[in-house]
Design a protein around this ligand. Structure first.
Ligand code: AMP
Ligand code: MG
Length: 412
């Protein structure tokens, strides 16, 4: 059986780069940049004031005659000479002759004559031309995920449009005779199809487009037909039907469609039956049906693949060492224990979810990390430092819901 790392490498080697498209600045948010962006001009374009105050010559002393005013957006017409000062607002260009700005708080705010009560060093409170960016400097590199800060840089570099990765379109299938849609009447033996919703949300969190499909019943024909249709999307992910059960048809269907198996089964818990196939130049991910296995395998395999497809620089989820607040149980396989990562007494800690069953959706409630227990390790004691794969959002809250917030060990 492959290790998680082997499977990830095998997978990432298969992922083709998706095309780029040019979009308007506002549309770049959450997208992956596909070009290096250079500054169009020096920013700021001229030395300017970092404070409201008086533009002066640093060396001279005594009261200064105020010769005028320069506001942000305008340019001074007069020149500051020894014994004079010009009122200046934050962002306004430094008038000729001045070499410092005395902030208003250290002056008597005089309108005709101003007294400055503290010495001011040459260059004080001046933002230099090009301090933020120099014309021609690369200020963003391809592969960058564009967030609010990067949008600011794009705008400052005068980019009204930018080249980003097209969002991959991902078909989300769910297989299972037991499944019903949320809202449908569910009798005994039926299970609400939650995976289609979690997986679609995870796809969107990656910056891709989710195309949820209707439930696929457990027959070879239905499975083949559904996957065949879904292959018009860039990627297909399915949940369920990849184990060794009598009604697990996903692997059969892929074989019938001419798919080439890249891996099936990875030495991990949960998520062992995860399946990857290449079919019609597409990648097909067969994720296990258990809601938790589904999210864990998405995090470790599908999300990195989508990021790689969009050309993102870093694709694997970050791993950090954190203290666990309660004992962690392992198994013969590499075990991923769902944890809430949250700040406690100034440090981030990992608190295992009380419910850890791979069928329990509540074991993912508030989970934003997967603590890694290496193969063969049976237990890790509370307080030990463990590697934690970070996922989702870092909330200010810690574990959510009635089960969270305690250090009681979980049941597996
Ligand atoms: P499978 O991998 O098909 O053997 O499914 C394993 C378990 O996951 C079964 O108990 C299913 O009821 C459950 N399951 C499968 N698909 C879904 C789904 N789409 N939503 C919620 N639970 C599911
Ligand atoms: Mg099934």
């Amino acid at each position: 059986m492959l290790t998680v790392e082997e499977a990830q490498q095998r997978l990432l080697a298969e992922v083709p780069l998706i095309e780029s498209e040019e979009v308007a600045l506002g549309e770049t948010h959450g997208r992956v940049l596909r070009e290096d962006v250079a500054a169009a001009a020096d920013v700021p374009l001229a030395d300017n004031s970092a404070m409201d105050g008086y533009a002066i010559r640093a060396g001279d002393s005594g009261p200064r005659r105020v010769i005028g005013e320069v506001r942000a957006g305008s340019v001074a017409t007069a020149c500051v000479e020894a014994g004079t000062a010009m009122r200046i607002m934050t962002g306004a260009p430094i008038p000729e002759g001045a070499d410092a700005v005395a902030q208003i708080e250290i002056t008597d705010q005089g309108l005709d004559v101003v007294n400055i009560n503290e010495p001011v060093k040459r260059g004080a409170n001046i933002r230099r031309r090009g301090e933020d960016m120099h014309a021609g400097d690369i200020v963003l590199t391809r592969g960058t995920l564009v967030g609010a800060g990067e949008i600011g840089v794009l705008a400052t570099a005068r980019r009204a449009r930018a080249l980003v990765a097209r969002r991959p379109v991902v078909a989300v299938l769910s297989t299972g005779d037991e499944l019903v849609d949320v809202g449908e009447n569910a009798g005994a033996g039926r299970v609400v199809n939650s995976n289609v919703h979690t997986l679609s949300a995870l796809v969107r969190e990656c910056g891709a487009i989710a195309r949820p499909q209707s439930i696929v019943r457990d027959s070879r024909e239905a499975t083949i037909a559904a996957i065949d249709r879904a292959l018009e999307c860039d990627y297909v992910i399915s949940s369920g039907g990849v184990s060794v059960g009598a009604y697990d048809f996903v692997k059969d269907a892929l074989e019938a469609l001419g798919g080439e198996t890249k891996f099936w089964r990875v030495a991990m818990k949960p998520g062992k039956p995860v399946f990857l196939s290449r079919v019609r130049e597409r990648l097909f991910f067969g994720l296990p049906g258990n809601p938790v296995s589904c999210m864990v395998t998405f995090t470790l395999f599908v999300a990195p693949a989508l990021r790689r497809a969009m050309g993102m620089s870093g694709v694997l989820p970050p791993v950090v060492n954190l203290k666990t607040t309660a004992p962690l149980r392992g198994s013969e396989r590499r075990t991923y224990v769902r944890v809430a990562v949250y700040p406690r007494d100034g440090d981030l800690v990992a608190e295992p979810m009380l419910v850890q069953g791979s069928g329990a959706t509540t074991s993912m409630r508030g989970a934003n990390g997967l603590a890694v227990v290496q193969e063969g390790v049976r237990e890790i004691e509370a307080g030990a430092s463990v590697p934690v794969v970070l996922m989702g959002l870092m909330g200010p809250m810690g574990p959510m819901g009635p089960m969270g917030g305690t250090a009681a060990p979980y049941r597996s």
